[in-house]
Ligand binder design. Structure first.
Ligand code: NAD
Ligand code: TYD
Length: 365
């Protein structure tokens, strides 16, 4: 039983569990934090985030005043800060999402990925080990990972929990390394741990450097839509709230030492997905059908671009009865609607560091 001490003048309340969620101000993390804060009023949720370019507390404006929610601004690469955090709160569980998450950035500056994704994860594991030294009963370190650790598929087949690791980008290599460290701490030191590997997410609050929000924003502002190579690469898309519901199930029911694959069973060639987005945007913006497609521009391919990702999530479906909810067309429609009605959120991001990154990234392509 953890004692929740609230910050910002909130009252002390008794909580059933105290859970650390790292990276909760980011895209997926904000959906996970919101779900846990609203669904489990007797859990104290501590969101620890450095607020890098990808972290945005506006993502959580609707729950920031809740009694069972606390935000802590920390950099997980800073060992001392992580130790202090574990001394301050009696964590029963950790749901670790904080990461550098964009493949293109990992190609231009891999070092940050090594620091945050590998060193940051080891700092959390070390602190959990010290803090849980006396008893690991009821504790769990849940590490959120990606399907990109498995490398690239050809035209056939799926990634299962037994697919050998074969990461190809600095991002996926750093995530693979952190997955291995989590499993090693479970095996060697007995830290109760689970790992899940998920396919590409989409939905509200995704930073517009990733494909779907980037395309929506470029269509809205009449900018070219950069398609890497021939647009033949395939991704398996999952609505972000389906990922959050899977995380909830795995956190509460997952067996320590196990791995769970999460995916949308929803493969799309990039060019087909972009064309679908163009048609949705034409309708939403009352443009002539075909107008947005004219913005499609084929650009230089991403170096080492993985051809295809596709997840077999049958273990999760069989063991916990999980399945993705919205049809892709409905999920995309909701996502487009969210970006069009949350202009302030998008403008805030576009006026900051991101516009400089965008110019650097696409000017030479
Ligand atoms: P994101 O980039 O939107 O958010 C990352 C968050 O981590 C941000 O809030 C950022 O401020 C925080 N962060 C970064 N460095 C930090 C540090 N040193 N200390 C503390 N906080 C730090 O990422 P996302 O897309 O929400 O992904 C979250 C997790 O899910 C990542 O671990 C990622 O590898 C994994 N994942 C993402 C996808 C996807 O499609 N986006 C798919 C599968 C798995
Ligand atoms: P992205 O959203 O960066 O996710 P990931 O690389 O982790 O799968 O990219 C999704 C796909 O879209 C990937 O095949 C690269 C491609 N892509 C483009 O064609 N143009 C773009 O501007 C971006 C950002 C991505």
């Amino acid at each position: 039983m953890g004692l929740g001490k609230e910050n910002k003048g909130k009252k002390r309340i008794i909580m059933k569990k105290t859970i650390l969620i790292t990276g909760g101000a980011g895209f997926i993390g904000s959906h996970v934090v919101r779900r846990f804060v609203n669904k489990y009023p007797d859990y104290l949720i501590v969101n620890a985030d450095k607020l890098t370019y990808a972290g945005n507390l506006e993502n959580l404006a609707d729950i920031e005043g809740k009694k069972n929610y606390i935000f802590e601004k920390i950099d997980i690469v800073d060992k001392e800060s992580v130790m202090r955090l574990f001394r301050k709160y009696p964590f029963d569980g950790v749901i670790h999402l904080a990461a550098e998450s964009h493949v293109d950035r990992s190609i231009t500056s891999p070092d940050e990925f090594v620091f945050t994704n590998i060193v940051g994860t080891v700092n959390l594991l070390n602190s959990a080990r010290v803090s849980w030294n006396n008893s690991c009963q009821g504790k769990l370190f849940y590490h959120i990972s990606t399907d990109e650790v498995f490398g690239s598929l050809g035209k056939e087949g799926y990634f299962t929990e037994h697919t050998p690791y074969d990461p190809k980008s600095p991002y996926s290599a750093s995530k693979a390394s952190s997955d291995h460290m989590v499993r090693a701490y479970n095996h060697t030191f007995g830290i109760p741990a689970v790992v899940s590997n998920c396919s590409n997410n989409y939905g509200p609050n995704q930073f517009p450097e990733k494909l779907i929000p980037l395309v929506i924003n470029n269509i809205k502002t009449n900018k070219p839509i950069p398609v890497y190579g021939k647009g033949e690469n395939i991704r398996d898309w999952l609505y972000v709230e389906d990922h959050a519901s899977a995380i909830d199930l795995i956190f509460h029911n997952g067996k320590t030492g196990e791995t769970y694959n999460i995916g949308g069973n929803n493969e799309w060639k990039n060019i087909d997905l972009i064309r679908l987005l163009c048609s949705i945007m034409d309708r939403k913006l009352n443009r002539t059908p075909g107008a947005s497609e004219k913005l499609i521009t084929f650009v230089k391919d991403r170096p080492g671009h993985d051809l295809r990702y596709a997840i077999d999530s049958s273990k999760l479906q069989k063991e916990f009865g999980w399945s993705p909810i919205p049809e892709f067309a409905d999920g995309l429609e909701k996502t487009v609607e969210w970006y069009l009605t949350n202009e302030k959120w998008l403008d805030g991001i576009l006026s900051g560091d991101y516009s400089k990154y965008y110019d650097r990234m696409y000017s030479g392509r």
